[in-house]
Design a protein around this ligand. Sequence first.
Ligand code: C5P
Length: 308
Amino acid sequence: MRVPAKVNLQLAVGPGREDGFHDLVNVFHAVSLFDEVTAKDASARRSRPLTELTADGDVGSHLARVPLDSSNLAARAAGLLAETTGKATPVDLSLLKQIPVAGGMAGGSADAAAALVACDRLWGSGLAREELLGLAARLGSDVAFGLVGGTAVGTGRGEILTPMHSPGRFHWVFALSPHGLSTPAVFGEYDRLFPRAPEPRESPALREALAAADTAALGRALDNDLQPAALSLLPELERTLETGRAAGAVGALVSGSGPTCAFLVGGGDEPARTVADRSAAVVAALEAGGLCERVVTAEGDVPGATVL
Ligand code: C5P
């Protein structure tokens, strides 16, 4: 299975709920940075843990941060499916990663979405899409989006998804931090900074920009309520954002709970040459700035988990 990363085009965060979550308006946009998840039958294994995990990939220091035990969300996805259907046999899950770990791009959630589909096929459980989406929502707020992809607004704690009309193709540059940020820690910092947050509201300007494939309007509409909290925990991100903006990015924001920074560098009906030049300028400035571990480019939107 191949499964994409996400960037949040809007992340509006309401006050903390009694269950520890926050109501969100979360506009997800799937981008062409992919993890690959392979599920292989391991019935012959002598010791019989349900899943054994291996991870590889081109994510630098992030690879060492992938948990290889039962706490990995992909292993939990396999466990939840097994418990639900009773059809499981031991499985080896291998993760080939491009998506940063604890980076605000839903890498762990993407792997879980892919593991659900891969194990469903391997075990022949044949769950309906709605059932898979239900299991995904139980695993985490961002997992269902990994199945759906495209551009979609998530409400509730982010798991109730409605597709959004987004006919344009947008080009992005992502600055991967050498650090990870814990999502609960960033939400906690948000509560500290904004103890009286208003109810989250969808941005009409963002919806219009997407429908019109208007890059400049999209750049202006990008908005992440968690950004001040991520910047408070990792102040150097402000310089990363400023470096990309100064190099000509049309829009810049922290992705989700961070610390990956996302830069919109073109799209819509702009000439390819303009987009390529702007992208190259932003990449060069970020690389020269020395604040991030690596810089990657990607396009969106792209489909959700796909069988290769
Ligand atoms: O749902 P997920 O497991 O991805 O959430 C991780 C953590 O992020 C939660 O335990 C919670 O602290 C925070 N979170 C939140 N409100 C949401 C989604 C996540 O407070 N809507």
